[in-house]
Structures are given as C-alpha cells and as structure tokens.
Design a protein around this ligand. Structure first.
Ligand SMILES: N[C@@H](CCC(=O)N[C@@H](CS)C(=O)NCC(=O)O)C(=O)O
Length: 306
C-alpha cells in the first residue's frame, strides 16, 4: 500500500478525527496543509470543488468526508476495527449525533468565545459556507453564551454514558463513535482561549478523552501540495468495485453531480465510476491532474443525474 496523503490543517477538528483514525490503524501517512478558508486552489483540482477538511488521497483517488475515510481505512486495515460487531448501529447513530447535534453548538460556542482571535476572514467564510449572511463580531460573541446552554446538556450525556466506569462510550473497546465524539471534545481547546473547563466536573469524561488522545496520529510526514498534485497526475484512478445502484440511481458511466446536503453551493460534476448504498464516486477530468476519482458517502450528501 502506498503512503496515504491527508489534506488538512492543524486546527480542524474533523481533521483531528482523521489523524487519530490513521493513528489507530497504525499507519504512516503524509500530510498536506490546506487553507482553512476558500479558495483552495491546490485542493480543487483533486476534488472538483469539494472544499471541506479533511480529504484523503491515494494517487488519483480521493475520499471526501471522515465517515467515508473511516470506511476506506477499515477496508485497507481491518484491525483494530472501528466497527465492533457488538455495537454496530449504535456506533453510527451516535456518530451522527456527535458530528451534527453536538458539533454545531460546540463550534458556535468555542468560536464565539474566541471571536476576536480567529484567522482573518474565517467568520465570513463559515457564514457563507452555511448559506448565512456575514455576522458582526458582536453577534459571534453573543452566540457563545446561547450555545453554551446547548452544549452543557450534551456534555452531560457523554458523562452519563461513561458513568458506569466503562473505558469507551459503548463498551470496553473504542469504536467509530468514540472518534466522532472525541474530535468535538478536542475542539474545546479553542484557538486562543481554552474552553475545556466545561469538562472539569466530569473526571470520567476527562479520563476517556485522555485515553483517546494517546492513540496518537501514527507516523506523519509533511509534504507540499505540488507533490500531492504530481502524484495524482502520475496515477490513474484504481479500478472500482462492482457497483450496486439503488432504485432511481444514476448508473455507472452516467453523468452526475454531488455536494454536501447542508447548504453547500458547489456541485462536484463527473461520471459515476462507482455507486452502492453507501458511496458514490465520480470520475472527473481535470486539466491539472488528469483523471481523478472523487469518492463521497451518500448519507449527508445530495446527488443528481445531470
Ligand atoms: N462531514 C464532514 C465535515 C467536515 C467539515 O465540516 N470540516 C470543517 C473543518 S473542521 C470544514 O470543512 N470547514 C470548512 C473548511 O475547512 O473549508 C466530514 O466528516 O469530513
């Protein structure tokens, strides 16, 4: 297996999930630092316009979204597993809660507390990403306290899950839900002002967080974006697995477009290379990198035949 490339930036919590997942699988990987705000001129040739962080690359294949990245890592390195049989279903459902219901107010709380310390243009970029008007710095600050009231009861849920002394959220071994909840908790480190005091009343939660942190990031080497683009250019997309289209799905070879389902404006266009109940991969041709396969999960994404 060639060394995978992760396109990420340090303060991205979803990237922290990916880094920890790579560590859990014991992998050596290469990191390309991408900008935290659009435009991302050295990522767009690979993804066709998908701009979220992180993205995983192997040659001329790229995987968007940490939920699909988890599946791809599991396929390559099955053990230790992200999906123990005993907690199947609950692990995915808990993941969705953590990354949506828990993450959104967490982002608004931590960013609100750190309103004056965020990189230039970040508040504006994130508002645009969510299809909202640019907020005043005062509005960002005020959102912090409102959202603190939304995160507190959810932090209590995490503490309650761990109250019987279990080491991980669903039992004795970590599963994908631990990674999903961990990166949200990790985000409370803040950019400048540390927000982690909210966890102080919960020693078992703190112990779980520390247990997750020691998994580490595997073996990381940093490379530049041009090296990653050159690797894509030199490679061809891997032959796809057999497709299993569902009712009404575009068939392999048909033109289609995909985008995140949450207000994202930019469609990624291409021809269906692979489709099943969980994934849709588009084959695109880019003048800079040639043919690239861009893999998306289906849950949380929107697709259309074109
Ligand atoms: N569902 C996606 C969410 C990714 C996401 O929203 N990442 C944030 C960074 S933590 C992001 O893309 N922010 C905008 C950006 O980086 O351009 C995943 O699991 O990868």
């Amino acid at each position: 297996m060639s060394e995978l490339i992760l396109h990420h930036y340090d303060f991205s919590n979803f990237a922290e999930k990916a880094r920890l997942m790579l560590g859990f699988k014991g992998l050596a990987w290469r990191g390309v630092e991408i900008p935290p705000i659009a435009p991302k001129p050295k990522l767009a040739p690979l993804t066709g316009g998908y701009r979220r962080t992180p993205v995983l690359q192997d040659g001329a294949d790229v995987w968007c979204d940490t939920n699909l990245i988890a599946r791809e890592l599991e396929r390559r390195v099955p053990l230790p597993t992200f999906y123990p049989r005993a907690t199947a279903g609950a692990d995915e459902a808990l993941t969705r809660w953590a990354e949506q219901q828990f993450m959104r107010p967490t982002a608004l709380y931590v960013s609100g507390i750190n309103a004056d310390h965020m990189p230039a243009g970040l508040h504006e970029d994130r508002a645009r990403l969510h299809g909202l008007p640019t907020p005043s710095i005062e509005a960002v600050r005020k959102a912090a306290i409102r959202n603190l009231h939304l995160v507190r009861p959810q932090i209590q849920w995490l503490a309650d899950m761990l109250a019987d002394g279990r080491p991980y959220l669903l039992g004795t071994v970590p599963c994908i839900a631990d990674f999903a909840a961990y990166h949200v908790v990790w985000f409370y480190r803040g950019r400048h002002i540390d927000c982690r005091a909210v966890f102080d009343p919960y020693p078992r939660l703190l112990a779980w967080r520390d247990r997750m942190a020691v998994i580490g990031h595997g073996r990381r080497t940093d490379i530049d974006a041009d090296t990653a683009l050159a690797e894509a250019r030199a490679a061809e997309p891997a032959p796809p697995r057999p497709s299993l289209p569902q009712e009404g799905d575009p068939k392999p070879g048909a033109p289609a477009r995909v985008r995140p389902a949450d207000n994202a404006k930019d469609w990624v266009e291409g021809k269906v290379l692979f489709i099943d109940a969980h994934e849709i991969a588009l084959l695109r041709h880019d003048p800079e990198v040639g043919d690239v396969a861009v893999h998306f999960p289906r849950l949380g994404y929107d697709w259309r035949s074109t």
